[in-house]
Each structure stands twice: as structure tokens, then as C-alpha cells.
Ligand binder design. Structure first.
Ligand SMILES: [Cu+2]
Length: 179
């Protein structure tokens, strides 16, 4: 009888240990998930040698559902890099877009899945009628003078967050088409 009770107690203790171990494991997994909040946090190091200049954002009118951002990205590093993603709080979705000429000769924009080349010691020009950061599903109007925060994600340089002005008055540089 005493022997039976003993093994019964042992079984309960064992079951308890299994439960505790499971909870500890779950806790570790959850903590990991929260630490890795940013999708790219684990695979990039802080950016160095990549500089963004002349950036601005615009949208076509206060009721526009989408806006775009343009800039010059300079890579002072000796290795090629690539802009692979971007995000912002002002839009539901951000895509890297480029313009291609359609069958009818009309320029159309489409997502560039590969991202934008950023050659070693070179530049990437995001401009009207060319490559641009597309902000889709704007949560509010982009008013002239507003500031928009955009995080750019580079393959090697990692994340760079920039504050850029909404500029509805800037004209495309000569040779650039309207967005
Ligand atoms: Cu676009």
C-alpha cells in the first residue's frame, strides 16, 4: 500500500515537472518572438556608409489613396547593396515600384520584387517616372509640409529610418515624367 502511494506521488511530481518544463519552453519561444519584432532584425547589422539625400514624399491630392517617396541613396561602401523593402506608419502597405513601358507605349508602374540596385560607391536615384517607394492605403492625407517617417531596409546596410517632408510643389527634374 505504502509502495503504491509512493509511486503515485512520484507520477504526480513527474507530471508536474513536465508541465513546468513545457511552460518554460513556451516562455522562451514567446520571448524570442517578441524580441524579433522586426522581421529583419536578426539578419542585419546597423547601417553604415549608406546616406539618403533630397528625400521627399508626395501624393496627388488630399483624397489620394496612395503616395510615393523619392530620394537619392548613396552607398559609400566598397560592396554592392540593395534596397529590399520599406515601411511607414502612414500607409497600410509599402512596395518598391518601378516604371516599365507597356505594349501601348504607356509607362506603367509595377512592384520590383528584387528591390533597387545600390552599387558599391554608387547611387540609386528614386525619381518621378522611375523607381520609387510606393505607399499604398494611406491612413491620412499627405499635406504639404507634413513629415513622413519611412524605414528603408537594405540587404547589407540594414535598416535606415528617415524623416522626410511632404512636398507637393516640387517639380520633376527635367527628363523625369510625372508619377
Ligand atoms: Cu508606384
Amino acid at each position: 500500500m505504502a509502495e503504491k502511494q509512493k509511486s503515485g506521488t512520484f507520477a504526480i511530481v513527474l507530471a508536474g515537472l513536465v508541465v513546468i518544463t513545457a511552460f518554460v519552453f513556451l516562455g522562451v519561444v514567446l520571448k524570442h518572438k517578441m524580441d524579433g519584432e522586426s522581421m529583419f532584425a536578426h539578419q542585419v547589422t546597423p547601417s553604415e556608409g549608406v546616406v539618403v539625400e533630397g528625400a521627399y514624399a508626395r501624393a496627388n491630392g488630399a483624397s489620394a489613396k496612395a503616395g510615393a517617396a523619392f530620394m537619392v541613396i548613396k552607398n559609400y561602401n566598397a560592396q554592392d547593396d540593395r534596397l529590399i523593402a520599406a515601411s511607414t506608419d502612414v500607409a497600410n502597405m509599402v512596395e518598391l515600384h518601378t516604371h516599365i513601358e507597356g505594349e501601348n507605349g504607356i509607362m506603367m508602374m509595377r512592384p520590383d520584387e528584387d528591390g533597387f540596385d545600390l552599387p558599391a560607391n554608387g547611387e540609386a536615384h528614386l525619381k518621378r517616372g522611375g523607381d520609387h517607394v510606393m505607399m499604398m492605403g494611406l491612413k491620412h492625407a499627405l499635406n504639404h509640409g507634413d513629415t513622413v517617417e519611412i524605414t528603408l531596409v537594405f540587404e547589407k546596410a540594414g535598416e535606415i529610418t528617415i524623416q522626410i517632408p511632404v512636398d507637393l510643389e516640387r517639380k520633376p527634374a527635367s527628363g523625369e515624367a510625372h508619377h
